[in-house]
Design a protein around this ligand. Structure first.
Ligand SMILES: NC(=O)c1ccc[n+]([C@@H]2O[C@H](COP(=O)([O-])OP(=O)(O)OC[C@H]3O[C@@H](n4cnc5c(N)ncnc54)[C@H](OP(=O)(O)O)[C@@H]3O)[C@@H](O)[C@H]2O)c1
Length: 254
């Protein structure tokens, strides 16, 4: 992207970001980091009361209470026209209803909706989308080799756990339906390993493919480090250009 397009992207100097899953453990950290970076944030949440009070009072934050599975593409387009990027931190609630109840394709349907809207927006440069995927997803573009025992367990997890299949389906929409170099929509599917909570950003590494078994030797990824990397991706043109169309894996350094 040339300098002129980069200037257009920033518009009035505050890059606008639409965030889904902003009330989640990672999503709220993403919102905080984006606001601290000076981004305008529009969060679509099902319960606005879950956004921390100190974020609510931030003039850069707009919170819209809507159930994402009920949102139509026509409603999303005007919101996305006000933004440059979107971040999807949606994930199924870890309860029987959250895991096995509707909507089974929460993340994949939301990613599809974001893609449909992004492809209909008339804007000077490509819209950018970051989604939280997982190391359980193999990036077939990079011919990632998975040992047979891992593959067998992933196969069973995909059959038995709808959220696992949902995350994979969402990343596959980006990889196969949008592809690595679409003129209207660029994306990054970030793959954290086992998510943990830490109070502060610590040292982390970002790899093009997993360097350890997600099943038998998983690494750790602090949610706050994930949020830090997402905010950097949104705001750092060079970093974005390294990772667009890819599925980076983030590990805390031990
Ligand atoms: N756990 C891990 O080790 C791990 C590893 C790699 C990747 N991941 C992926 O990382 C993502 C985020 O993880 P997290 O721990 O930050 O998630 P989380 O705390 O469970 O947050 C999930 C978000 O999704 C929203 N949500 C859930 N069900 C919804 C529904 N039916 N309609 C609308 N919104 C809904 C939640 O809203 P409410 O606040 O209203 O419930 C919340 O904002 C997930 O996709 C997960 O698969 C997890």
């Amino acid at each position: 992207m040339g300098e002129e397009q980069a200037a257009d992207r920033c518009g009035d100097g505050e890059t606008g970001v639409l965030v889904l899953g902003a009330t989640g453990a990672t999503g709220r950290l993403v919102v905080r980091q984006l606001l601290e970076s000076g981004n305008r944030v529009t969060a679509i949440v099902r319960s606005g009361g879950k956004i921390p009070e100190e974020l609510h009072s931030n003039p850069l934050l707009t919170v819209l209470e809507k159930e994402i599975s009920q949102v139509q593409v026509g409603e999303l387009i005007p919101l996305m026209e006000e933004c440059d990027s979107a971040v999807c931190c949606l994930g199924h609630t870890m309860s029987w209803k959250g895991v096995f109840g509707p909507p089974g394709r929460l993340v994949a349907d939301a990613v599809k909706l974001l893609c449909q809207a992004a492809l209909q927006i008339d804007r000077p440069g490509p819209f950018r989308l970051v989604m939280m995927s997982s190391t359980g997803h193999r990036n077939a573009d990079f011919h990632e080799k998975i040992p047979l025992p891992d593959l067998c367990i992933r196969f069973i997890l995909k059959l038995l756990l709808p959220p696992f299949a949902d995350t994979i389906a969402a990343s596959e929409i980006l990889r196969t339906e949008i592809g690595p170099s679409d003129a209207q929509l660029e994306w990054v599917a970030l793959r954290p390993d086992s998510l943990i909570d830490r109070a502060e950003v610590t040292s982390y590494e970002v790899c093009i493919s997993p360097t350890r078994s997600a099943i038998f030797n998983p690494g750790q990824s602090s949610r706050i480090n994930v949020a830090h990397f997402i905010a950097r991706l949104i705001n750092d043109e060079d970093l974005w250009n390294i990772w667009r169309g890819r599925m980076p894996v983030l590990y805390n350094r031990e």
